[in-house]
Every structure is written in structure tokens, then in C-alpha cells.
Design a protein. Structure first.
Lengths: 597, 238
């Protein structure tokens, strides 16, 4: 028997955006959080370097500078009204987090400490600015813990390890969701006036990724299946410094603290690609530089990695060459102890996985699939926008990485993911509660859970000729090779063909675990289906966009083309067919210019 | 190198008694134990149940007993174990739900008992942070690292003997707030910890400190909480 529940607002996902939404929605509306992981396991906890906000605690800064840097970082594809809103709200968001108890690192006079981060600049001088508010190198962990703590204090209702399989829409409005309880294998029906998706990213479709196993694009896949388009899916960020082969993230804060990238010839090669801010250029720029260095045979020992060097002697050497100073004007110099205090978790990762001590040896790094700029289209209140004309789907919301507002455009700046999930998680929670107060429940159809049940039965009783792990590995290799840092028409066409083939094969899977309790094989196979849907949409969107912008770099179309492509992609998926349409970018005060660092 | 995995199995639906299954697979010395579990589920036995997510030691999903000691499966490499015979079992002291999956409910119940959140109802400065010096911040830095994986609590012999003991993880999370200069609820928290099921049950076995995958000095944190209890104003004591 399917159990039924009823709430004003359902939040799907228990990471930073979901918890923020729940904290604010539950102030006035009956709210519950459904999360496939226990909330404290969410991937927000892996974010390291900081949350950007123009507090100006250490030097002059302005939210308008943050906004300009974000627009430029987005390669002018970000919607500027949303970016201005986010950068203004970021300041309050950081103080809100501090008041919630977040243990930020502190300046000597007791204020929130800030450090430089890629792409964040003093707009007057063009030099890096200290804007990233941090708690050592575990800022995301502290955000996740702090928000969960506040949920405990306010007795937020959680359904832990409930996996949402389907969204119910009736009369064009939200009616609820269908979820699988992992502990029992039972389906549950949640009637709701408003549903907020906060399900995170989908980096697990690539072979080398910084993303958690759980990052399988569930929210975007569920809404795609229900006719909601996915926006700007061709823009996926490759972070330049993942641990070689493992993909585990080495935060940009390492370069913020003075670390530099070095090739096989011992050169600090970023000088050639971004003469002004060098190693602190935007992530897409640095990832392409790494790729080109390795392609030219200047990877270490000819291999597919370069060194990230944060040894004090290296940091001090290049800081002196750059004329870098401390806030009081004295020359910037560091000791091994200071580095250890600033990036303890990174040092721990390197010792554990590489047997390398970063203050004594450089770290081998390569680009790693990191962040989805694209996702479910929303406005600045988190409301899902269902078409190119801006039509809102009543009761449907999205926030955080699964959403596309769009504040990141073609490339996200470091620290802005945490800003996004705090600012828009709150906005979505508040707006959903407001909406629920004035709306009734949509009737639930008698067959509400049939689609989910049929799909699950199909996986339990399929033809059994295919194994999910093989399909997953093939998808991950294909996406890394053909839909990675650089793309070509030929490679993308091949990717589309092979993804269609992999999707057909996935329909022939039969899971071997026929049990109900904690059937992870069933869940992982469902997740694979979600990833394949999103991979196809990503490849098709990338194939159509015949320009290079931000994270989408076409070898055959190396220039940005504002005349034809200064617009957002909307992709719909019907059966095996992807259809694309476009909508304009909102420009307020920053006219598109050539982007150099 | 050829590696043998002996894995604890329990399936609540098939009524069978718990048993061990053995899998032999090729492993690299630098493989995480989690990588081997993934390979077992992918290529040998799809029914194997275990939790995991981040795979690099920050989400706390995959705490389990590996060769008799608590680790995160994603944070221990085959070479760290010094043997190619690897026995993997669920955490001790929590009910097993299936294979390596345990019921974390009792663990989080103890966590909630200690009021694991900042309490300060004074109006914060409008549009500014509450000030805290680096020295004040340092007092509780270590205990902010906790990821609630339960490796410490389920390595504690006192907790094994008495599940009502709040356990090291709950005390660590109490410590994180008791020593935060911005918090105002140290007293009610200490009152909870002063109960028979609180810190005085600790027998200083140091298992928790050894088990912590985040290198938190757990036993030291417990000792600091004990000292704070001793220093309490007599009027506040029962």
C-alpha cells in the first residue's frame, strides 16, 4: 500500500539550498524535507574555499564589483538582474549565517576573515580582492552543519533516505511528488501545494569528477520527464585542480593563498594565458590552459597532469615577483605553518590519497568535472519558468545547483555556488510559503504513483541482457572525451549517437537485487537513467551552440558570437528526441565586452 | 595484487542468519576500500548494501569496521591496511538493517539531546557579524570538524555496553557550542552532560580519538567538557 502524506511545501533535497528553503518556508507553512541521503551527507559539505560577499572587511569592496566580476565570469550569459540581486543579498546572507552560528575564520579584530579567489577583483585596479568569507577550507561543511543545526533547533520535519522519483502536475500546477523509501522499498505519495527541488548537480556523468556519487541530476531529470525544459545544459564547469585520476577537489583557495600552477618545464604557465591575474583567472580559462599545456606535451613527464605548488619557498618567490602585499602594505610572505592552518583539509587529502605533503612537494592535478551552470529554469524568487516566454509553473520551485536562475551563465566564479544556494534557497522557501498560503491542493489522480511503479517493475523484471555498471562506465568515458573541456562537431555527434545507444541498452537492464529494503542497485540504476537523460540533453545543447563561451569551448568555433548566441538554451526531452529553443539574456548595466584576465 | 574481501551479510527479508561472503578481486595498493566495495556491487554481487556519497572523507556516510577498526571506507587505502585479507563489517552498537547499513537513529537521538545548535537570543548587530577573536574561535576549532559519521561512538566500549551513554560524538558537538563565545546555553547543555548517561561514563579508552577520520582530539574534548562541569557554579549544580 502506498502511504499518503500532505504538506503545504515539500523540499526535495537536504543540502544547503534545501535546508535554507526549509528554514524559511517552515516559518509559515507546513513543510517537510525529502532527501535521498541523510541531510548532513549532502555535497554542500564538500565545498571548501568560501562564500563570496563584498563585506569589505579587509579592503575596499562593493557589491557592484562582485556583480561585475560575476557577469564577466559568466562570459556575459548570466542574467544581470539576477546577478545584481544575488550580490546585494550575499552580504546579508553571510551575516545571517554568522548569526545562525557559523564559525567563520576571523580577522585579528574579530570580524569575518576574507581571502582572494579566482575572478574576484578590485574593479578599479583589476587586482585580486579579498572577498571570499571562509571557515578554514571547510566552509561548505560549516554551512551544511550550521543549517542542519538550526533545523534541529526548529524541529524541521525530515524524511531521510526518501528518493523522489516523480513530480505530479495537475491542471498545469504542482500536485505533489512520489518517493521511494529506501529502508522499506515502499512508495509514498506526498500531496503538496508547492514543491522546491534542491537536488544538486550531475557531475557523475563524467569519468573524472569532484562530485559525490549522489550527484546524478535527479531533480532536473524528474522535471524534464514532466515537460519542464532544462536551461543552458551545455555549460558545465571543469575545475582546473582535481587530484590526478581521483578528481577530488583541491580548492582555488590554494591559489588564493599564493599557490601556483607549474608545467613540466618548471614554468608558471598561467602568465601566458592570463597575464594580469595569472593563477587566479576564472576556472574555465585555467582548465583550458591546463588542457593546452598537456596537449603540447608539457604535462609532468608528458602525463595528463601538471603541478599545483604551494610550498612556502614557491609561494614567496612568486609573491615577490608579483609585488603582492598584505593588507597593511608589507610584503606577502608565508611559512609552512601558516599554510597548514589555512588549508588543513587539503593537506589531509593529499597525505591520505597521494602520500604527498603539500608544504614539501607539489600536488599533481588535472581538470575535474565540477559544477552544473545549467538546470531547471527559474526566476529570482526560485519559481520555475516553463517556457521561453517566462510562464511560471504554479507551485514549482528550484534552488541551488539544480536550478538555473541564471546567475552563473557560461561559467561560475568560485565561491558563488555557496552564495547561490543561500540566497536563492531562502528566496524559494519564502516565496513557496507565500504561494502555499494563497493556494489550494490540486486533486491527486487515482493512478498518481503508476508511472514510478511501472518503471521500478521494469527494472526488476527487464530482459536482463545489460549490466548497469558497464553502461555507466561507457557513458562516463564518452562524456569526458567528447563533451569535456574542449568539444568538436564530430565528437559531439558521436556522443549523441552513442548516448542514444546507451539509453536503449539501459532499458534492457534487470537488477539482480529483487529485495525491497535498501535496494541500492535499484536506486543506482534509476540514477543512471537520470544521468543518461541529462547527458543526451547536454550533448545536443552543446552540438547546437556553434560558438565558444565560458565553459563551452568549441575547437571548430573558437570565438564568442554575441550576434547569434547571446541567448539561453532551453532543451526539452520527449522520448528519444531533444528539441531546443532559446530565450534572451537580461542585460542591465554591463554591456558585453571581450573577456580577458 | 589479489585481495580477499570478507564481507558481513545480513538480509532482513530472507530471514537467514548473518554470515560472511568472500570475494577475491584484483586491487591496486592505492585503491580505497570503498573502490573495492563498489567493484563488488558493480561486477560481483548487486545485492550488497552500503552507504556512500562524497568518497573523500567529508560526508561521513561510509563509516564501517575494517579489519576490526572503524574507518571511513573512502579514507583508508588498501596499502594502509598492510594486508590483502580485508574483513568488512557494520559499525558495532547500532542495529544492522542490511549488510553494512546500520540504523543511525539512536546515534542522532543522542546528538539532539545536547542541543547541537547556537543559542543566543540577544539581538545580533544589525547588518554586521557578532565579533569573535581568533583566539576565542580557536577554542572550539577542532570540534567543528565533526562529520557525524559515528566512527567514534561505535568504537567506544562504554557505548557498546550501554546504548544510553550519549557517546563521544554527542559530547564533541556539545563541546563545539559550550566553548563558542557567542553561545549562551552552556549551562543547560552541561546539565544534560552531567547526567549518568553523560561525560562521566567516559572511561578514557581513547578508541574514539583513534577512530576519528577527521583527527579530532575527541578524548581531549571530553576532558575539557569534564573540566567545564567541575568549574560550574555550585548554584547551577543539582
Amino acid at each position: 500500500m502506498t502511504q499518503k502524506h500532505s504538506f503545504d511545501v515539500i523540499v526535495v533535497g537536504g543540502g544547503g539550498a534545501g535546508l535554507m528553503a526549509a528554514l524559511f518556508a517552515s516559518q509559515t507553512a507546513k513543510t517537510a524535507v525529502l532527501s535521498k541521503l541523510h541531510p548532513v551527507r549532502s555535497h554542500t559539505g564538500a565545498a571548501q574555499g568560501g562564500i563570496g560577499a563584498a563585506l569589505g572587511n579587509l579592503e575596499e569592496d562593493h557589491w557592484e564589483w562582485h556583480a561585475y566580476d560575476t557577469v564577466k565570469g559568466s562570459d556575459y550569459l548570466g542574467d544581470q538582474d539576477a546577478i545584481e540581486f544575488m550580490c546585494q543579498e550575499a552580504i546579508r546572507a553571510v551575516y545571517d549565517l554568522e548569526h545562525f552560528g557559523l564559525p567563520f575564520s576571523r580577522t585579528p579584530d574579530g570580524r569575518i576573515a576574507q581571502r582572494p579567489f579566482g575572478g574576484h577583483t578590485n574593479n578599479a585596479t583589476g587586482k585580486p580582492v579579498r572577498r571570499s568569507c571562509y571557515a578554514a577550507d571547510r566552509t561548505g561543511h560549516m554551512i551544511l552543519q550550521t543549517l542542519y543545526q538550526q533545523c534541529v533547533r526548529r524541529e524541521t520535519i525530515f524524511f531521510d533516505e526518501f528518493y523522489v522519483l516523480d513530480l505530479l502536475l495537475e491542471n498545469g500546477a504542482v500536485a505533489g511528488v512520489v518517493a521511494l523509501e529506501l529502508a522499506t522499498g515502499e512508495l509514498h505519495l506526498f500531496q503538496a501545494k508547492a514543491v522546491i527541488f534542491a537536488t544538486g548537480g550531475h557531475g557523475r556523468m563524467w569519468e573524472i569528477t569532484s562530485n559525490a556519487y549522489a550527484y546524478t541530476g535527479d531533480g532536473v531529470a524528474v522535471t524534464l520527464r514532466r515537460g519542464i525544459p532544462a536551461e543552458d545544459m551545455e555549460f558545465f564547469q571543469f575545475h582546473p585542480t582535481g587530484i590526478y585520476k581521483l578528481g577530488i577537489l583541491i580548492t582555488e583557495a590554494v591559489r588564493g593563498e599564493g599557490g601556483v600552477l607549474i608545467n613540466d618545464k618548471g614554468e608558471r604557465f598561467m602568465e601566458h594565458y592570463a597575464p594580469h591575474i595569472k593563477d587566479l583567472a576564472s576556472r574555465d580559462v585555467v582548465s583550458r590552459a591546463l588542457h593546452l599545456e598537456m596537449q603540447a606535451g608539457r604535462g609532468i613527464g608528458g602525463q595528463r597532469y601538471v603541478y599545483l605548488d604551494v610550498r612556502p619557498e614557491t609561494v614567496n618567490h612568486y609573491a615577490a615577483l608579483d609585488g603582492r602585499t598584505r593588507p597593511d602594505g608589507s610584503p606577502y610572505r608565508v611559512t609552512a605553518e601558516e599554510i597548514q592552518a589555512k588549508i588543513p583539509d587539503i593537506i589531509d587529502f593529499c597525505r591520505t590519497y597521494l602520500g604527498v605533503d603539500p608544504v614539501k612537494e607539489p600536488m599533481p592535478v588535472q581538470p575535474t568535472a565540477h559544477y552544473a551552470m545549467g538546470g531547471i529554469p527559474t526566476d529570482i524568487n526560485g519559481r520555475v519558468v516553463g517556457d521561453e516566454r517566462g510562464t511560471v509553473v504554479p507551485g514549482l520551485y528550484a534552488a541551488g545547483e539544480c536550478a538555473c536562475v541564471s546567475v552563473h551563465g557560461a561559467n561560475r566564479l568560485g565561491t558563488n555556488s555557496l552564495v547561490d544556494l543561500i540566497v536563492f534557497g531562502k528566496a524559494a522557501g519564502q516565496d513557496a510559503a507565500r504561494y502555499a498560503a494563497g493556494a489550494g491542493f490540486q486533486p491527486l489522480p487515482a493512478d498518481a504513483e503508476d508511472f514510478a511503479r511501472q518503471q521500478l517493475e521494469h527494472l526488476r523484471h527487464g530482459a536482463g541482457t545489460e549490466r548497469p555498471a558497464e553502461i555507466r562506465r561507457e557513458m562516463q568515458r564518452l562524456m569526458f572525451e567528447q563533451v569535456g573541456v574542449f568539444r568538436t562537431q564530430e565528437g559531439l555527434e558521436q556522443a549523441v549517437r552513442q548516448l542514444q545507444d546507451l539509453r536503449a541498452r539501459c532499458r534492457q537492464v534487470r537488477v539482480s537485487d529483487q529485495g525491497r529494503a535498501y535496494n541500492y542497485e535499484l536506486v543506482n540504476t534509476w540514477e543512471l537513467g537520470n544521468l543518461l537523460d541529462l547527458a543526451l540533453v547536454t550533448a545536443e545543447s552543446a552540438l547546437a551552440r556553434r560558438e565558444s563561451r565560458g565553459a563551452h569551448a568549441r575547437e571548430d568555433f573558437p570565438r564568442r558570437d554575441d550576434e547569434n548566441w547571446l541567448r539561453h538554451t532551453l532543451a526539452r526531452l520527449e522520448g528519444d528526441r531533444v528539441t531546443l529553443s532559446y530565450k534572451p539574456v537580461t542585460i542591465t548595466r554591463y554591456q558585453p565586452r571581450e573577456r580577458t584576465y | 595484487m589479489l585481495t580477499t574481501l570478507k564481507i558481513y551479510r545480513y538480509d532482513p527479508e530472507n530471514g537467514g542468519a548473518p554470515h560472511y561472503d568472500t570475494f577475491t578481486l584484483e586491487a591496486q595498493p592505492t585503491d580505497r576500500v570503498l573502490d573495492l566495495l563498489e567493484r563488488v556491487r558493480d561486477d560481483h554481487d548487486g545485492t550488497l548494501a552500503f552507504r556512500r556519497s562524497c568518497a573523500h572523507g567529508v560526508c561521513g556516510s561510509d563509516a564501517m569496521r575494517i579489519n576490526g577498526r572503524n574507518y571511513l571506507a573512502c579514507k583508508v587505502l588498501v596499502k594502509d591496511l598492510g594486508t590483502t585479507e580485508i574483513t568488512i563489517e557494520p559499525l558495532l552498537g547500532l542495529p544492522v538493517k542490511k549488510d553494512l547499513v546500520v540504523d543511525m537513529g539512536p546515534f542522532f537521538d543522542h546528538y539532539r539531546e545536547v542541543m547541537p545548535y547556537l543559542v543566543n537570543d540577544e539581538e545580533p548587530p544589525e547588518g554586521k557579524e557578532r565579533l569573535q577573536t581568533p583566539a576565542e574561535r580557536e577554542l572550539f576549532d577542532d570540534t567543528t570538524k565533526c562529520i557525524l559519521c559515528a566512527a567514534c561512538t561505535t568504537s567506544c566500549p562504554v557505548f557498546w555496553a550501554n546504548g544510553n551513554y550519549q557517546g563521544p560524538a554527542a559530547i564533541v558537538n556539545a563541546h563545539r557550542f559550550i566553548f563558542d563565545s557567542r553561545d549562551r546555553a552552556a549551562e543547560p547543555r552541561l546539565a544534560v552532560l552531567a547526567r549518568q548517561t553523560g561525560v562521566w561514563s567516559c572511561r578514557t579508552a581513547f578508541n574514539c580519538t583513534e577512530a576519528c577520520p577527521r583527527d579530532i582530539k575527541v578524548t581531549q574534548a571530553i576532558a575539557e567538557v569534564k573540566r567545564a562541569l567541575v568549574r560550574r557554579k555550585p548554584s547551577a549544580r543539582r
